[in-house]
Each structure stands twice: as C-alpha cells, then as structure tokens.
Design a protein around this ligand. Structure first.
Ligand code: NAI
Length: 498
C-alpha cells in the first residue's frame, strides 16, 4: 500500500495496467531515469501472468510430461502404474504464477517505481501541467504525472448468447482461477482459436473428453492450412472432437451440466428457426471466442480519446492518442493481441513519452510490425512469423517454399519427437525470407531464428551459410532454408543449377 501523501509527487510517467505491456513499460521508463507510477486494479503481470500465457504453459508442462510418460516404455523405462492429479498440476501452476508475480513486484521495487493497487481513471490535464489520475481500491488517492501510458488490456468477451455464469459456463479466467482444481469428465469448448486449442490439448491429455465447436470451417484459421491439418490429425488421435462450421445458438446450464444447441453456420439467419439443430452436452463449457478491450471508465470520454468497439485509437507509429502526452499500448488498442507485442509497444511509448519531456537518454521511436512471431502451445507446438503463403502470393510475391520434416532430423529422432515439419517461404527474386511456419517440438523456439533473420532482411543463404550446431533441433531451420532451393542434405532434392 502506498502512503496517501505520495499524491504530492509529480511523476514523469504513470502507467495504467501492469500486464506485460504496462509492467514492462514502467521498468523501461525507470531504466531511463524516470519517476514512475504503476497502477494495477488486480495483480501485477495482468492477464498473461495470472490468467493467460504463464498458467496455461505451466499446465501444458504437466500435460506434456504425461505424453512423455506414455512413451516411456519405448525409451526403456517401464512404468507399470501412475496416477494423475489435476489438482496437483493446478497447485504447481499457482506456485509458478505466484513466484513470477512476486518477481515483478521485486523488480518494480528495485527500480523504485511506486505501485498503486486500484482502478485508475484519468481525470484530466494536459502535457504542460500534467495529468491527474484517481486511484480507487486498495490504494485510494489521486496522483499527477507528466505523461500517461494506458495498458489496460483485454478480458474474455462476454456475449449474451453463451450465458456465461462462471459456474458451469466458463471463461478462460474461470478455468485458470487458482481454485479450479477438479477435472471435468466432459468439456465443451466454444471457439477453436488459440485459447480453445491450448485448453483442449491440456484437458484431453489429462483425460477429459473434449468437444470443440467452431464457427469457421477450420480451427485456428489464422495459421497455414498444412500446419492446421497436422494439429487436427493429432487432436483426432487424442479423442478431441472438432465440429467446424457450427453456429452456436444457445448454451444453457442444465443443472446436470451444460447443453449447447447449434446449427450449420451456412444457414442464413432467417432460416435458422426451421433448420436442423445439433445438441452437445458436457459437464462444463469453456467459451473462448475472442477478447474484449478494457477501455471503460478510465476517463477516455471526457478527455476526447476515441474508441472503436472498445479499442483505443492511437497513432499507429507513435502510439500517442488524440490527447498529446497520453499513449495506449497492448490489447486495449485492438492491434495484435499478444503479450510480446504489448511489451514491444511499451518500449515505443516510453521512448516517445520521455523524449517529449526531454532530458532522458532516449529518442523518439516508431513501431514496426512487419515481423511478429506467434506461438501456440498445443501438442505438437506451433510457431509462425511473417507472411502466410496465400498472403505473400496476394501481395504479388513469387513465393519459393521449402519444407523439412522432423522425422528426417537426427536430434528429433533421438528425442522421439518426429511429428511435424517446418516450412520456409522466400521471395524468388531476392531469396529474402518472407515467413515461416512450424509444427513440432520446440517450434516456438525455432521461429526465433527466422524472426531475427527477417527483422534484418536476411536471405535464406544468410541462414544456410551460418554454422548450426549438430545435433540440435535448430537444424530444422537450416534444413528448411536449404530446402527452399532444393539443397537440404537430409531430404531428397534436385541438382543445383546456376
Ligand atoms: P481467437 O480469435 O484466437 O479464437 C476465437 C475462435 O472462436 C475463432 O476461431 C473464431 O472463429 C471462433 N468463434 C468466434 N465466435 C464464435 C461463435 N459464436 N461460435 C463458435 N466459434 C466462434 O481468440 P481466443 O482463442 O479467445 O484468444 C484471444 C487472444 O489471446 C488471441 O489474440 C490470441 O492470439 C491470444 N492468445 C495467445 C496465445 C499465445 O500466444 N500462445 C495463447 C492464448 C491466447
């Protein structure tokens, strides 16, 4: 708790929201010597650390271990019997989260940032006199800052059709609650996007029967179709049912569980009442159909900062809103809703905010979103960066594609991780890398090399002329780039021509 007299301080920067956008921005600003206030209504770390990236990856780690145990026999380890405890996995997840939250607390303290716990609302002000921000909650006070960064994030979309009651019809926040410890026998998931697929994988591995309902004709429609096919096949093998092209008409809590009624998504609105209906029943339902921006009651209306369906409008280059001195970053801007993008935007907003005050060792910066990696922690993992093949073609590129399968890589074989492949796209004229997608072990880590290469405009030859350690999974990138020009050593190609 902060002493109420602290409100006399004029901060250089106030950051509202302490998710991966906000807490990162607060630390970065302090590194440049700014006096910073960080305002958080719930927990440091925001969605990512408390109800998103981190808790799901902790649960994924438990699920992945189950998969490895199931293969142990092949590796010469006979495990005759073992017991699964979802509750224990949740307890471990809670501990991981708790330790990381404490870590952020310690970091903010170490940088002498003042953390206020409460709901922040910008009351008014301007760049010259500073902005007044009221804080209501555990800390009740008003502070003043020369510049403000809004990093209030997003929350699960609560659409009336789904009757989310947080009892049987749940959001990802409910499922990741520290007290959610009992495994449903049957779980219905609405929305087969990133969140839906990550949870489907975790729960199915723990033994739940998982049924997914997706409006579009494919799960995770944003990824390369060839990659999605591999995931679909694996999901099928694990007993996960994915029903695509489903228009969910209603979801009810029916006291013994949940019931969803759907019809085909192809049926026009005015014919739905007479259309054939499908009924799906389960113990619990997770609704993961996207996220809403958290921009209400933070003072935008009186300041004249516009929103579009909740997304704060900001200059796409500088992240400054229509009010000079107030910036917006992360999910609340409705851009690319990823934790690492929010952190990146934090750097840009901090640089611009402090450069506009003057006297700090930092210059103005502009955003650049051409190379943004994305990862999905299903089994197998997925990683992607840059253009998808159809997008690159539509943009007029003559696209070269190289593919390399894990089963041809020595290290992958040793690890028993032979599933999946990498695909690399390059421009036929310049051989510059245009994008990459990968499904398989360590795919998210592999994509990091391609991300760096693309950020610096490198060609496939820049990668292939770089020595990659053997035997490593990183050779997937090397062989994938070689395959673009038929030069992969461990895959049949064709003679090299001039
Ligand atoms: P999403 O946009 O990824 O997926 C939502 C899915 O629900 C889509 O496939 C959509 O077609 C479907 N859908 C929408 N309305 C529907 C309806 N009425 N009936 C049936 N299906 C419907 O959103 P999601 O999964 O909720 O994730 C939210 C955000 O969090 C995303 O931006 C995602 O990238 C991010 N995230 C990132 C992760 C990572 O980086 N590993 C992990 C989890 C989430």
């Amino acid at each position: 708790m902060i002493d109420e007299n602290m409100s006399d301080i004029l901060y250089d920067l106030a950051v509202i929201g302490a998710g991966p956008g906000g807490y990162h921005a607060a630390i970065r600003a302090a590194q440049y010597g700014a006096k910073v206030a960080l305002i958080e209504k719930e927990k440091l770390g925001g969605t990512c650390l408390n109800w998103g990236c981190i808790p799901t990856k902790a649960l994924y780690a438990s699920a992945h271990l189950i998969e490895k145990i199931n293969e142990a026999n092949e590796f010469g380890i006979e495990i005759s019997d073992y017991k699964l405890s979802f509750a224990k996995a949740v307890e471990r997840k809670n501990k991981v989260v708790q330790e990381l939250v404490e870590g952020i607390e310690a970091l903010e303290k170490g940088w002498k940032n003042d953390v206020y716990y409460g709901f922040g609302t910008i009351l008014g002000g301007n760049m010259d006199t500073g902005f007044e921000i009221s804080i209501e909650g555990k800390d009740n006070t008003t502070i003043k800052a020369k510049r403000v960064i809004i990093a209030t994030g997003s929350s699960p979309a609560l659409i009336p059709t789904f009757n989310i009651d947080h009892e049987r019809i749940l959001t990802s926040d409910d499922i990741l609650d520290p007290n959610f410890k009992s495994l449903p026998e049957k779980l219905l998931i609405i929305g087969a996007g990133v969140i839906g697929c990550e949870f489907a994988n975790i729960f199915a591995t723990y033994g739940s029967k998982v049924i997914m309902l997706e409006y579009l004709s494919s799960p995770i429609a944003t990824e390369e179709p060839m990659i999605v096919k591999v995931l679909q096949k694996k999901f099928e093998e694990n007993g996960i049912e994915i029903h695509t092209s489903q228009n969910v008409l209603s979801v009810e809590n029916i006291s013994t569980g949940v019931r969803a009624t759907t019809c085909s998504a192809d049926i026009p609105r005015d014919q739905i009442s007479s259309a054939e209906k499908n009924i799906f029943e389960a113990d619990l339902c997770l609704v993961s159909i996207g996220r809403a921006k958290e921009s209400k009651n933070i003072g935008l209306e009186q300041l004249g900062i516009e929103t579009d369906r909740g997304a704060i409008k900001a200059n796409p280059d500088t992240l400054e809103t229509a009010v000079r001195g107030i910036y917006a970053i992360g999910d609340v801007t409705g851009g690319i809703m990823l934790a690492h993008v929010a952190s990146y935007e934090g750097d840009i907003a901090v640089a611009n905010a402090l450069a506009s005050i003057g006297g700090f060792p930092v210059h103005e910066m502009k955003t650049n979103y051409t190379v943004v990696p994305a990862t999905i922690f299903t089994s197998p993992n997925i990683g992607s960066v840059g253009y998808r093949r159809n997008v690159a073609k539509n943009l007029g590129y003559d696209v070269l594609m190289g593919q390399f399968p894990y089963q041809s890589l020595g290290k992958a074989k040793c690890m028993g991780e032979e599933e999946g492949f990498i695909m690399i796209l390059a421009d036929k004229e310049t051989h510059k890398i245009l994008g990459a997608s990968c499904i398989g072990t360590e795919a998210p880590e592999l994509i990091a090399e391609i991300t760096l290469a693309m950020q610096h405009g490198l060609t496939i030859h820049d990668v292939t002329e770089t020595i990659h350690s053997h035997p490593t999974i990183s050779e997937m990138v090397l062989e994938g780039c070689e395959a673009v020009v038929g030069k992969s050593i461990h895959k049949k190609g064709h003679p090299i021509h001039h």
